[in-house]
Design a protein. Structure first.
Length: 379
């Protein structure tokens, strides 16, 4: 092994002493290049175990070998070139596969285009899963290659959401049937990604139930850790005081939550002009506002838009009468990050003391919000 370049992290625990570890605690990758003529002297690896591991290995007589500590199924990517090389991410120079801790044989020529991976049961599952998902990924690729304009933006997003919804239903069926023993965390993470723009209490609870049945090893894997963070972002933070924030409104004036509340019940509504479920809810929110605005209730909109014109037009078109804020940073909206927003629409109902008394994820809990507001404001 050579000294890793600055852009590579030192392989944690890398040592030939790893050979003495139990087979279920490590992975060995034996690489064989047939008819090798390329002058690239190294193969580079990224292993997404509990912590991402980066390493490089010299090719000697068309052979290379990686040893790495690994206690759970990992996504592994091999590269012909280092990350700062212009050819690094070119498809023929990258091979990605899944593997549980085991001995894996990788055979290829001067590129990874026709590489074969032998010895990993997880990779067999991974290839089967990719084959099942191909119908959806092809549709999304075709859609995203289309030119998006201001006129077709909403339709484009709606079509993407429909494809992602279909894909998530397929993923949920696979997870429910427990068809994949090794790569379930990878699939569940993929599922949460698909529902990110249209999450509901129902599908978040489904994901939580699947995650809770994972073994400790799966929970501590790279994707297990990411799933936990995503699920945490959907936590219902009732009983906590809403985090104070300041952001600009449509007129460019700064609005601060604690000053805006003025002892009222406030529904903080996270939305965006490009979010179809959000826009479908607009008439419902307008009705709520008209019904309760004179009863110590108001709404505060936080838009995850990045285009001011689209934001302004959506507010006007949907007739949103309440205060609207945004920093036009898309998913990096500072308020959205404070409130751990992983999907829109999302809503927090604050009482006059600023305490969160209800949170809605997605658009399937309107009846519950109606019930709560009726209890607060009886006719």
């Amino acid at each position: 092994m050579r000294n890793a370049p600055v852009f590579l992290l030192i392989l944690l625990g890398f040592s030939y002493n790893l050979r003495g570890q139990a087979p279920n605690q490590m992975i060995v990758i034996n690489g064989a290049l047939e008819n090798f003529t390329d002058t690239t002297p190294y193969i580079y690896a990224v292993m997404l175990g509990g912590k991402p591991t980066f390493d490089s290995c010299r090719i000697v007589n068309g052979r290379y070998k990686f040893y790495s500590a690994l206690n759970a199924t990992s996504l592994i990517s091999l590269y012909y070139y280092p990350p700062d090389h212009p050819l690094h991410s070119k498809s023929k120079n990258v091979l990605s596969f899944m593997s549980e801790p085991c001995v894996v044989q990788v055979i290829h020529n001067n590129s990874f285009e026709n590489a074969t991976v032998v010895g990993s049961k997880a990779n067999i599952e991974y290839l089967n899963y990719k084959k099942i998902m191909l119908a959806y990924t092809d549709k999304l690729d075709t859609l995203f290659k289309q030119r998006m304009t201001e006129n077709n933006r909403a339709k484009h997003q709606q079509e993407a959401n429909h494809i992602l919804l279909e894909q998530s239903l397929e993923q949920a069926a696979l997870l429910s049937k427990h068809r994949f023993k090794f790569i379930a965390p990878y699939i569940l993470h993929d599922y949460l990604r698909c529902i990110s723009n249209q999450a509901t209490r129902r599908n978040v609870d489904f994901a939580s139930n699947i995650y809770n049945r994972f073994s400790a090893q799966k929970k501590q894997s790279f994707y297990g850790i990411k799933i936990k963070k995503l699920l945490y972002s959907y936590d219902i933070d009732t009983g906590k005081v809403g985090i104070n924030f300041t952001q600009q409104n449509l007129q460019g004036n700064l609005v601060t939550l604690n000053e805006f509340r003025k002892g009222r019940y406030v529904l903080i509504d996270f939305w965006a002009s490009w979010c179809s479920p959000c826009r479908k809810e607009s008439p419902y929110l307008v009705d709520l506002y008209n019904k309760y605005a004179h009863k110590n209730f108001t709404i505060l909109g936080i838009s995850l838009d990045s285009d001011r014109k689209l934001w302004v037009n959506a507010v006007k078109k949907d007739g949103l009468l309440w205060e609207q804020l945004s920093d036009l940073k898309f998913w990096n909206n500072e308020v959205a990050k404070l409130y751990k927003i992983a999907a829109v629409p999302a809503k927090f109902l604050l009482d006059p003391n600023g305490k969160i008394i209800f949170k809605l994820v997605g658009g399937d809990e309107e009846k519950e919000l109606d019930r709560i507001l009726k209890e607060i404001f009886p006719d």
